[in-house]
Design a protein around this ligand. Structure first.
Ligand code: UDP
Ligand code: MG
Length: 311
C-alpha cells in the first residue's frame, strides 16, 4: 500500500524543509512506501527554491507541482489529489500545525475496519476567541439546516482517504470548490478522530475574518439553494401583506376619505421594499456569478512546472 501526502504550500519558505524532515522522522521505520506531493500555490517567497532542493535530494518520493499564480488552497488540493499515486491519500498543511503523528493515528484507525473509506481529524478544542468559535458554530448550525449535505464543525481537509473516494472527488470538477462540502457530498464511510492543532511556528496564517466570511457565503451558495427559496418566501409574504394593506386603504378611502398624512408610512414602505428588492437581486447575482464563472469552463489551476511526474 502506498501513501501519498498532498501538501498545499503558499509562502511557506520556512516550513517546507521542516515539514519534510519531520515527516521523515515520524514515518521512519513505520511507513516505508510513501510520497509527498507538494503543491506550490503561486508562492512569492523562496518556497519554490526550497521545494526544488528537497526534490533534488529525494526525487524518489517527492513531487513538486508549481502553479503559475496563486489559485487558492482548494485548487492546490485538487491538483495534488490529481497527481497523487497512493492507494491512500492524506491532505495535510505545510505549516506543521497538523502533525504527521496524527497521520499515523489515522492509518491505524483506517486499518481497524475494512469498511472505513476516510478518516478525518477534527479539532477538539480550538485555540481561538469565544466570539470566533461562536460565529463558527452558528455557521455550522445554519448550513446544516439548509444544505443538502452534512458539515462537521471543526473538521477541516486534514483527512486520509482511500483511492475510490479520491477518484470521486476528482470527478467533481466544479470551479468553486468548497471542499468541506465536496467531501461529504461524495459520501463514503467517514470516521472522525479528535486532534489538537499545533501552533504555527513560522510564517503566518492566510486567513482573516473577511476571508472566512466570504468562504462561509461561498459554502452556502455552493451547497444550498435555500437562500433562493427564502427570498421567494419573503417576496410572497410582502406581496400578501401589501394586498391586505391595499384593501385597508381602499376601504379607508371609500368610507372615511383619506386625510393627507401618511408620509412616514410611505417613506418606510418605499425604503423597506427597495431594500428587500436589492437584497434579493444581490442574492440572485451571487448565484448568477457562480454560474457565469462555471460555464466559462476555465481550468481550476494552471500548472507551470511538475517535478517528479511519471513519464
Ligand atoms: N494555502 C495554500 N493556498 C492559499 C492559502 C493557503 O496552498 O491560498 C496553504 C498554506 O500554505 C497551508 C495551508 O494551506 O499549508 C493552510 O493555510 P493556513 O495555515 O494559512 O490556514 P490555517 O492553518 O490558519 O487555517
Ligand atoms: Mg495553518
Amino acid at each position: 500500500m502506498k501513501l501519498s501526502l498532498v501538501v498545499p504550500c503558499y509562502n511557506e519558505e520556512e516550513n517546507v524543509q521542516r515539514f519534510f524532515d519531520e515527516t521523515e522522522r515520524v514515518f521512519g521505520g513505520v511507513i516505508n512506501n510513501y510520497e509527498i506531493v507538494f503543491v506550490n500555490d503561486g508562492s512569492t517567497d523562496k518556497t519554490q527554491e526550497n521545494l526544488k532542493e528537497i526534490y533534488k535530494m529525494h526525487s524518489d518520493k517527492v513531487q513538486v507541482l508549481t502553479f503559475s499564480r496563486n489559485f487558492g488552497k482548494e485548487a492546490a488540493i485538487y491538483a495534488g489529489l490529481s497527481s497523487s499515486k497512493g492507494d491512500l491519500v492524506c491532505i495535510i498543511d505545510a505549516d506543521l500545525q497538523q502533525r504527521p503523528e496524527v497521520v499515523l493515528e489515522m492509518l491505524r484507525v483506517m486499518g481497524e475496519d475494512d469498511n472505513t473509506d476516510c478518516v478525518t481529524a477534527y479539532q477538539e478544542n480550538r485555540k481561538e476567541s469565544k466570539i470566533m468559535s461562536g460565529v463558527k458554530s452558528a455557521f455550522y448550525k445554519v448550513i446544516n439546516k439548509i444544505a443538502d449535505v452534512d458539515f462537521v464543525n471543526g473538521a477541516s481537509d486534514f483527512r486520509l482517504m482511500k483511492r475510490t473516494m479520491v477518484d470521486a472527488i476528482l470527478n467533481m470538477s466544479e470551479y468553486h470548490r468548497f471542499s468541506k462540502g465536496i467531501f461529504s457530498w461524495v459520501g463514503f464511510n467517514t470516521i472522525y478522530i479528535p486532534y489538537t492543532v499545533a501552533e504555527r511556528e513560522f510564517g503566518e496564517s492566510k486567513w482573516n475574518f473577511i476571508k472566512l466570511l466570504k468562504y462561509a457565503v461561498d459554502g452556502i451558495i455552493s451547497f444550498s439553494t435555500f437562500p433562493l427559496k427564502f427570498v421567494t418566501a419573503i417576496g410572497l409574504i410582502t406581496s400578501f401583506a401589501s394586498v391586505v394593506y391595499l384593501i385597508a386603504v381602499i376601504i379607508q378611502k371609500l368610507f372615511f376619505g383619506i386625510d393627507v398624512p401618511g408620509y412616514a408610512t410611505i417613506v418606510v414602505l418605499v425604503l423597506f421594499l427597495g431594500g428587500i428588492q436589492l437584497f434579493c437581486l444581490g442574492l440572485l447575482g451571487e448565484y448568477l456569478s457562480k454560474i457565469y464563472v462555471q460555464v466559462k469552463n476555465r481550468p481550476i489551476y494552471v500548472l507551470k512546472e511538475h517535478l517528479g511526474k511519471d513519464d
